[in-house]
Ligand binder design. Structure first.
Ligand SMILES: Nc1ncnc2c1ncn2[C@@H]1O[C@H](COP(=O)(O)OP(=O)(O)OP(=O)(O)O)[C@@H](O)[C@H]1O
Length: 335
């Protein structure tokens, strides 16, 4: 649904150059919720603003719903942008207008006739659960309700794509959960494709089907959340399951074992200990519900160096577990 290829955007000013997006490729499938994560300054907002051409990239290609956005101009571009809604961290509501007036605003800009506009505003407010607050002003409603207005306004042009710029960052955890549930529900009911940027792991855990991590303007990993969690060395897995720094003692093997669904219910630690008559030390672990599946990660310590534990590691892999061995001290390659 969204195809981004070799996207580059450099900001120039006062003799300085800063490449905020540096050759990004990204593919978002129709109907999925795709999260872009990364530290402040990684280039997430710039990337998002390029997708609806609030920012014009220097190079690359952006295809949304089969249309090459950078090749469009005038009316065609306006129509394509109407098919892309956007919600913001600080809501961006007009304080002098009521809730209904804020939702009506984009419809006025689009030239929708008054009677049709009123019916559409009612429909949109119903969609986000704000019918009873139609006459309230932004100052009279909560942050969560303000974001619901923002969502209703973004959906005014019946977009197929919704962009979300840290939409829940200014909200408390409970309100965040309700806004995320609303986004997922709207995706299901309206068949939306959602591209969101966030620095909150909870957002990824709760609603993202796929994710990408950005650093210094580049995508360093991307894929479905499940794929990334089970991929050895994945940063997303490390961030979602924070474990203490691995302190590998000489003569031991420290292994991170990632398991999902059924495998979470099998006693693989005791099976390993029994089969090889060894003591297995548990160093840490976490189990999380991710996208409706239980995924867990356990850090265990086995006696003996890794090369003496080949059979034990194979035993874990054969049980369908993802196995990542920490290097022993002294095995790191000198830079
Ligand atoms: N309009 C601009 N002019 C100049 N530099 C900019 C502009 N917008 C962003 N930048 C710079 O580009 C880099 C990427 O910024 P961007 O806002 O895309 O990152 P981000 O990952 O979204 O971070 P944040 O969450 O802090 O917004 C930063 O170094 C930022 O200072």
């Amino acid at each position: 649904m969204i195809q981004i290829e070799k996207l580059r955007k450099t900001y120039r000013g006062r003799g300085r150059e800063l490449t905020a997006v540096d050759g990004v490729d990204l593919s978002v499938r129709e109907g999925e919720i795709f999260g872009v994560l990364g530290r402040s300054g990684a280039g997430k907002s710039t990337l998002l603003r390029c997708v609806n051409l609030l920012e014009r990239p220097d190079e690359g290609r952006i295809e949304v719903a089969g249309r090459d956005l950078l090749a469009l101009s005038g009316g065609e571009l306006r129509a394509a942008r109407q098919g892309i809604g956007m919600i913001h961290q600080h809501f961006g509501l007009l304080s002098s207008r009521t809730v209904a007036g804020n939702v009506a605003f984009p419809l006025e800009v689009m030239g929708v006739p008054r009677a049709e506009r009123a019916a559409r505003v009612d429909e949109l407010l119903d969609l986000v659960g704000l019918t009873e607050h139609a006459g309230a002003y932004p100052a009279q409603i909560s942050g969560g309700q303000k974001q619901r207005v923002g969502i209703a306004r973004a959906l005014a042009g019946r977009p197929k794509v919704l962009l979300s710029d840290e939409a829940t960052s200014a909200l408390d955890p409970e309100t965040t959960a309700s806004i995320l549930a609303l986004l997922r529900d709207l995706r299901d009911r309206l068949g939306l494709t959602v591209l969101l940027i966030t620095h909150e792991m909870d957002v990824v855990k709760r609603i993202c089907d796929s994710a990408a991590i950005m650093r210094d303007g580049r995508v360093v990993e991307s894929g479905t959340v499940r794929e990334l969690l089970l991929r050895p060395g994945s940063e997303l897995a490390r961030d979602l399951f924070p474990l203490p720094a691995a302190d590998v003692r000489p003569g031991t093997t420290v292994v991170d074992v990632t398991f999902e669904g059924d495998a979470a219910d099998r006693p693989f630690v005791s099976s390993l200990a029994r089969t090889y008559a060894i003591d297995v030390n548990i160093l840490g672990g976490a189990v999380e519900e991710v996208g409706g599946t239980r995924i867990g990660r356990l850090r265990i310590e086995l006696p003996g160096d890794p090369d003496l534990n080949a059979a034990q590691l194979a035993h874990l892999r054969e049980a369908g577990l993802t196995v990542e061995v920490h290097p022993s001290p002294g095995t790191e390659v000198a830079a």
